[in-house]
Write a protein that binds this ligand. Structure first.
Ligand SMILES: [Fe+2]
Ligand SMILES: [Fe+2]
Length: 183
């Protein structure tokens, strides 16, 4: 059984006093992901796995939207191009797997495997963001207060929409994803 949550209090995964608010915000969500992946890996009953997978799907959609719509473009413009590009490609794979999992009943042979691979990839990805991208981003001259306000407003909007409709719409982001994956 995985115990990824232990990492939440270790190294750069910890939320530090000098973390700019947007980075603390994203790290706090990373903590939730590690705990959730542990719970998914410990779950036995299909119904329970599906319930936790739905929670992961929702958190992931919102987290990726905040990063790709707001955080990534700001730090990319200040020079973190390679880290952001790697993040985008990893998000695409997470999105793909998460959509497959959401479309499954849960009793298919590959259901648990897809969920397990998504969890492993996701933890690798957020560990890298904490250890590399966020560490470099902290040193940039960015209006972190404005970025944080924009992220919080966007998160509220996505949450509200989800509560009302059961989905989150990110049309501009969807177009960008489609364009970069149209190979
Ligand atoms: Fe990410
Ligand atoms: Fe992240």
């Amino acid at each position: 059984m995985s115990n990824y949550a232990e990492r939440n209090s270790e190294g750069h995964h910890q939320i530090r006093k000098n973390d700019p608010p947007p980075i603390a915000h994203l790290k706090r969500e990373h903590h939730k992901f590690r705990k959730l992946v542990d719970r998914i890996n410990a779950a036995r009953a299909t119904a329970r796995k599906k319930e936790l997978a739905a929670e992961l799907h929702r958190l992931l959609a919102s987290h990726i939207a905040l990063e790709e719509e707001l955080f990534y473009p700001v730090v990319r413009a200040k020079g973190l191009v390679d880290e952001v590009n790697e993040g985008l490609v990893e998000h695409d794979i997470q999105r793909f797997l998460s959509a497959q999992i959401e479309a499954m009943d849960g009793d298919e042979e590959l259901y648990g495997t897809r969920l397990g691979v998504l969890g492993e990839m996701l933890v690798h990805h957020i560990d890298e963001e904490d250890d590399e991208m966020f560490l470099d981003a902290k040193r940039l001259k960015v209006d972190f207060a404005a970025l944080n306000a924009a992220m919080e407003a966007r998160e509220d909007e996505l949450d509200e929409e989800y509560e009302e409709t059961g989905r989150m719409s990110t049309p501009e982001l969807d177009r960008e994803v489609q364009q970069r994956n149209a190979v």
